[in-house]
Design a protein around this ligand. Structure first.
Ligand code: SAH
Length: 220
């Protein structure tokens, strides 16, 4: 096990990543702080831990990836929306637990995070990381997240970390004022979209092109 605070996983290395995110346009200090507090090297295999603070996606096994830090920051910032200095997020739903990194970042900004993953083995490892980091406000489920998590709805934010058609069930599980952030299929690429539930319906905005592993059906 890597000892925290040395070498490539040192405080300075982590700081440099945060500076880079700031330079790339991440402005929400709460997001930057949550990411500075989350040891990304513990979410990848030990063999890759020296690269954990590069701004790049990395493999986590089973053909999946831990998202690029900039993309995690952008999605988290979009999920927080204009709650600037306002009330924190209550319930957040994540589709695609993967390594657990995005959930761990969200857990520092929300009262409770619910996260679903379709690959049992990835979920098992993510749960161990949450336990080790004392992140007791993350609740996980081995399920097809395209159906959301009806018994816990409504959510202040839903973050989808796999790309495809936005599942029909999800917008309905938003609270009023809640936001869905998802990489939506748009031909050969994906477009990060934010859908906000208003009193009268839904508003959609585009946050730019992204590239995610696909949102798949059923369990593994
Ligand atoms: N948020 C993750 C990113 C992992 S990649 C992280 O921070 O590491 C996306 C994940 O979505 C993969 O683990 C993949 O297995 C999962 N996934 C894909 N389709 C899914 C579905 N329908 N339901 C739940 N998880 C899904």
């Amino acid at each position: 096990m890597m000892v925290e605070g040395i070498g490539m996983t040192s405080e300075g290395t982590r700081r440099r990543l945060i500076d880079r995110l700031r330079a790339k346009g991440i402005t929400d200090e709460r997001v930057l702080e949550a990411m500075a507090d989350t040891p990304r090297h513990l979410f990848v295999d030990e063999a890759l831990s020296s690269r954990a603070y590069e701004d790049t996606a990395l493999p986590i096994g089973r053909g999946q990836t831990i998202s690029q830090p900039y993309v995690v920051a952008m999605m988290t910032q979009a999920a927080l929306g204009d709650r600037q200095g306002g009330r924190p997020l209550d319930k957040v739903l994540e589709i695609g637990t993967g390594s657990g990194y995005q959930a761990a970042v969200l857990a520092r900004l929300a009262v409770r995070v619910f996260s679903t993953e379709r690959i049992a083995e990835l979920l098992r490892m993510a749960r161990q990381r949450f336990h080790r980091l004392n992140l007791h406000n993350i609740f996980t489920r081995h399920s097809d997240g395209r159906h959301g998590w009806l018994t816990q709805a409504p959510f202040d934010a839903i973050v989808v970390t796999a790309g495809g058609e936005i599942p029909e069930a999800l917008p309905d599980q938003l609270a009023e004022g809640g936001v869905l952030v998802a990489p939506a299929a748009a031909g050969h690429y994906q477009e990060l979209v934010r859908i906000t539930r208003t009193a009268t319906g839904f508003e959609r905005e585009s946050l730019g092109a992204v590239s995610f592993v696909p949102l798949l059906e059923g369990l593994e």
